[in-house]
Ligand binder design. Structure first.
Ligand code: NAP
Ligand code: G4F
Length: 388
């Protein structure tokens, strides 16, 4: 018989890719979505099925991780074989503004899922995946392993209310596994991105600005700490790992990462290169700027498909040479920063047989191409800077 999965956070980046993957594998997929005053299902609209059709294999339930009665009712109704707890307030900087809310959703929300499964007597039937994070490590140099990476045995030192809330989620998942013999696992995932990434995370903020600047819709991209280093993978690869984590004989925690780290500054360069704009850095700290020094016209035309639609053809990127396209705004600095993240995927590669399909170049290329299309589609709309 086909398995049934319940996904919290189904409207998010990972939830949408995971839902697609599980549907492909023949699962009945249930998702928890929050009630919002405007539609928040853009990432999963293509999966929606009219509930009056036969063989419906995708169903959404209104719910919220802050409401235990609602979580219990949904799990009772769905009787899932697998729960993927992806729901979270997932923005690290915003967590400094809403620390109590983050503790409630990202920390206590995990407990509510685990406790619901226990109260309903489903501990033997239902396997649980908890969306843990590399933010748990906090980027401390001395906590890396002998190869210079963070792995499953590296100590934690969270550096934000988000990281602190997620560390509760990590430990309560491990505790329920040990205390009640539940199949409950943490995926300690390093940053993963995609064209569906929220616009206020740094990679998407950069690729959207790249597209908007390349099409003459934005003058400058403002960023915070460009020295930060992240281990960036593709979300499609990472949801495959989540599924594999729940298919093992024994429940365990796994690091999912690429094993390569890149600075925000280098990500900016790669992104602008995708549209033929070559950047040179000048100055330091808050005075650092990225100046356009050269336009690769062939690359630009290929990436921007200059003549479609024809009203774009008046913009000449060479007019921007010498302009400061990237500047620092200290408003984007964090009270405490995670300077470096670099994960060791050895365990997930050997035990789960997980093999990522994307590298950073492929990821950047896909994200920029998608954002160029988005900017072109909305070419006549007012364009706002992304704040985040
Ligand atoms: P995301 O795009 O921000 O999606 C978060 C999801 O959680 C959205 O569906 C959101 O609903 C939902 N949500 C927020 N508050 C909720 C609440 N109170 N009750 C129920 N649902 C709620 O995040 P993501 O990038 O897909 O990440 C998925 C999970 O992995 C998160 O737990 C994140 O913390 C964790 N994680 C992510 C990364 C990464 O690099 N992407 C790395 C490590 C761990 P709305 O659409 O209504 O806002
Ligand atoms: O893209 P970010 O906001 O992601 P961050 O903070 O690494 O968190 C993401 O990855 C975690 C896994 O490690 C997840 F758990 C979490 O849910 C989320 O998905 O920022 C990346 C880096 C930071 O060091 C930040 O300070 O980029 C730096 N940065 C520099 N300028 C910026 C900006 N970040 C944002 N959002 N906006 C900027 O303008």
């Amino acid at each position: 018989m086909n398995k049934t999965a319940l996904i919290t956070g189904i409207t998010g980046q990972d939830g949408s890719y995971l839902a697609e993957l599980l549907l492909e594998k023949g699962y009945m997929v249930h998702g928890v979505k929050r009630r919002a005053s405007s539609f928040n299902t853009a990432r999963i609209d293509h999966l929606y099925m009219d509930q009056h059709e036969n063989h419906v294999n995708f169903k959404l339930h209104y719910g919220d991780l802050t409401d235990s009665t609602n979580i219990i009712r949904i799990i009772q109704e769905v009787q899932p074989d697998e729960i993927y707890n992806l729901g979270a307030m997932s923005h690290v900087k915003v967590s400094f503004d809403s620390p109590e809310y983050v503790a409630n959703v990202d920390g206590m929300g995990t407990l509510r899922i685990l406790e619901a499964v226990r109260i309903l007597g489903l501990t033997e039937k239902t396997r649980i995946y908890q969306a843990s994070t590399s933010e748990l490590y906090g980027g401390l140099e001395e906590n890396k392993n002998e190869k210079g990476f963070y792995d499953e045995n590296s100590p934690f030192y969270p550096r934000s209310p988000y990281g602190v809330a997620k560390i509760y989620g990590f430990w309560i998942t491990k505790n329920y596994r040990e205390a009640y013999n539940m199949y409950a696992c943490n995926g300690i995932l390093f940053n993963h991105e995609s064209p569906r990434r929220g616009e206020t995370f740094v990679t998407r903020k950069i690729t959207m600005a790249t597209a908007a600047i390349a099409l003459g819709k934005q003058e400058c991209l403002y960023l915070g700490n460009m020295n930060a280093l992240r281990d960036w993978g593709h979300a499609k690869d990472y949801v495959e790992a989540m599924w594999r984590i729940l298919q093992q004989d024994v429940a365990e925690d796994y690091v999912i990462a690429t094993g390569v780290t890149t600075s925000v500054r280098d990500f900016v360069e790669l992104s602008f290169k995708e549209v033929g704009l070559n950047i040179r850095w000048e100055g330091e700290g808050v005075d650092e700027v990225g100046v356009l020094v050269e336009v690769d016209e062939d690359k630009y035309k290929e990436a921007v498909k200059f003549n479609e639609p024809s009203n774009l053809s008046t913009f000449q990127p060479s007019n921007l040479i010498g302009k400061q396209l990237i500047k620092v705004d200290p408003a984007y600095y964090r009270p405490t920063e995670v300077d470096l993240l670099l994960g060791d995927p050895t365990k997930s590669k050997t035990k789960l047989g997980w093999k990522p399909q994307y590298d950073l170049a492929g990821l950047v290329s896909e994200m920029v191409a998608s954002d160029v299309e988005i900017v072109k589609k909305n070419f006549n709309a007012q364009w706002e800077h992304i704040v985040g």
